[in-house]
Design a protein. Sequence first.
Length: 286
Amino acid sequence: MSGALPKPVLFLAAIAACCTAAIARAPEPKPVEPPADAAPQVLLLGSHHLANNNRDLINLPIEDVMTPRRQSEIELMVSNLARWKPTRIAVEWDRSDQAGLDKRYAAYLAGEHELTAQEYDQIAFRLAKALGHDRIYAADWNESAPGEWAQYDFIAWAKNNGQAERFDAFIKDGQAAADRKAAAMQNQSISEWYAAINTREALTEAHLPYFEIATYGSNANNPGAAWVGSWYARNLRIFNNLREIAQPGERVFVLYGSGHIYLLDRFFKESGGAELNDPSLYLMGH
């Protein structure tokens, strides 16, 4: 409710005065803590690669997020996300190198690490520090798939089987769309960037190219489908790591490359591994 409360009539004021002493002596209610066995809560936030890692087939060119304007916008978004009050934060960092992440975060807390443009630095480190967390959790797995690379090399298959022009057009169209998106982002705040890429429609759109990649091959030799299968397997490994982090009673904020979020969302929903929360409720400070 908003607006001023109505002025009390005199007899109500008298009754309230009589009760003031009793109310003052009453103990303040304590915050309600979730039961230790409560289902874990997870908030998945897909992210651009803010440092322009250029590790994907199609890359979104991100403007410099280290400018004063963008830094201020990131700080505001982190402040908004802190309202969700996560108890743990997980990021796209190799699970086998948790010690390396611990060292980096500890250096940041000690004032010995200058934040880079990487999204885990810009968002996760700031958020964890604001909430008083002593650790950020590494959740990634990105090792080689089993077997020889030729089993997964759909690009070579396309070039060797008369599909080179089709594949080049696929990449060209995808990169053109990414470039248009990057141009539009110049007129948006960073909170608006994240709100836009985490809608159901945007996550589905980001997932659709994998079905195109899966078509590169034949019944006898289908490296496209094998490669997409390895992508699903990677995300299942990430999901398993996240389920270990998301223990009962925990509230886990997950910051990951946006291409992963569609599958992670589906895995959590289909497995019943956690209750998912909507990031749009916190990004814009509503």
